[in-house]
Ligand binder design. Structure first.
Ligand SMILES: [Zn+2]
Length: 427
């Protein structure tokens, strides 16, 4: 099986490439980079990428696929269909399923279901503690052998610093990054939106930015103590970003990601009480959004991850206080990155590729991904920066419909998604 992606503009920061090149994929792997005008290799299928950007496959580090246990919200098949429709060739699955992914049996089940669906690659993330209860450490070594790429108790962050310290020391021994959802529950419990002017106006209980900052500062201090690799999920506050910036200056192994809704929307969007504006961490005020923009530009933020969190519409139809946290994101993330970041001059295309592909692969040690070097997996995201399109949630591949972006017009999108040399999505 040979595929030639011809006439496109290839951007691969790992090889310093930002020019017209034809990409040849053979038997699932990158087989060569040909100059424009070179003959089409015999027997190759040709994908015409005229006017398009050819990038190493995008990797979403933070996705909730809901299987096993909550298949009515999403399955591995529907979630990976949404992923490839959004331009993601790989997704990393958070462990808060039922049962929690705290054992090699669950890890293997997820990998098998992903192979059956045969759309995006799925890299499971294991729980830090058994059942994500914050107490006993999980069997990280056995899960690593089964295929996890990191550990996290996302959504139910480890409350005790002492437990987190032991978790980091343990994870470090297995070369596993520790991903933390930074939220001090003693400050945030009961809150449903960002604490500030808008929570006051709307009469909703707020979660102070400090709840995120406390854990971010704690985790950076623990990274210094343990020398573990700490990755902060969905940072949304100036204080957490400052903590990461300081940690990086000190040479610590600390990285972080940001979710598209945290730059695309502010807490004023909660006006109207649409439960599709309810997520954790919550939409923030202007000053925090400015901090995110600065950190995207200056390199403090390493990755863009959607935090795709599908919920059934019956659950989201509850009143604001009672509705679950989270929105879908796989099909809108790349569009929001183009429209609000690239086209606004916050980042350039090369940086977009670093944030969505090169850095996620490095952070989770995904070998032969996030690059188009000869021999790497033939995972490719083809981008159309100028395409103007409107997101229509009724056509979403996800089983769930909980998004605040239905009907939004965006400029820029994934035009095609290729996994191991196979075209799995074409717009
Ligand atoms: Zn989270």
């Amino acid at each position: 099986m040979k595929l030639l992606i011809a006439n496109g503009h290839l951007i691969d920061p790992t090889q310093g490439l930002n020019s017209g090149k034809n990409l040849l994929i053979e038997d699932g792997r990158v087989a060569g980079l040909l100059s424009p005008g070179e003959a089409v290799p015999e027997g190759a299928e040709v994908f015409d990428a005229t006017g398009l950007i050819v990038a190493p496959g995008f990797i979403d580090m933070h996705v909730h696929l809901r299987e096993p246990g909550h298949e009515y919200k999403e399955t591995i098949e529907s979630g990976t269909a949404a992923a490839v429709a959004g331009g993601w060739t790989s997704v990393c699955a958070m462990p808060n399923t039922d049962p929690v992914n705290d054992s090699p049996a669950v890890t293997r089940f997820i990998i098998e279901q992903a192979e059956r669906a045969s759309l995006a690659n799925v890299f499971p993330i294991g729980a830090i503690t058994k059942g994500s209860t914050g107490e006993e450490l999980s069997e990280m070594g056995e899960m690593k052998a089964a295929g996890i790429v990191a550990v996290s108790d996302d959504g139910r962050p480890v409350p005790a610093a002492g437990t987190m310290r032991r978790a980091m020391e343990y994870a470090r021994g297995f070369g596993l990054p520790v991903v933390d959802h930074c939220e001090d529950k003693s400050l945030a419990a009961g809150g449903v939106m960002h604490e500030g002017r808008w929570s006051l106006i709307l009469g909703l209980k707020g979660m102070p930015a400090t709840a995120e900052v406390m854990d971010a500062v704690r985790d950076c201090a623990l990274a210094e103590l343990t020398r573990a690799h700490v990755h902060l999920a969905h940072v949304s506050t100036r204080g957490a970003i400052d903590a990461v910036r300081r940690a990086k200056k000190e040479g610590l192994s600390v990285t972080c990601e940001v979710a598209p809704h945290h730059w695309a929307l502010g807490d004023e969007a909660v006006e109207g009480y649409d439960t599709n504006t309810k997520m954790s961490p919550p939409l923030r005020s202007r000053d925090h959004i400015e901090a995110i923009m600065e950190a995207l530009t200056d390199g403090t933020i390493d990755a863009i991850a959607t935090d795709h969190a599908p919920h059934h519409s019956d659950e989201k139809a509850l009143e604001y206080d009672r509705a679950p946290f989270g929105i879908t994101g796989l099909e809108t993330g790349v569009g929001l990155a183009f429209d609000r970041l690239v086209h606004k001059g916050v980042i350039d295309l090369k940086r977009l590729v670093e944030l969505c592909s090169v850095n996620p692969a490095k952070i989770f040690n995904l070998e032969n991904r996030g690059t188009l070097r000869v021999g790497a997996w033939g995972d490719v995201t083809i981008l159309d920066p100028e395409l103007t399109w409107t997101f229509d949630v009724s056509k979403s591949k996800s089983k769930s419909r909980n998004t605040p972006f239905d009907g939004l017009a965006l400029r820029g999108a994934a035009a095609a998604t290729i996994v191991a040399g196979r075209i799995v999505f074409e717009r």
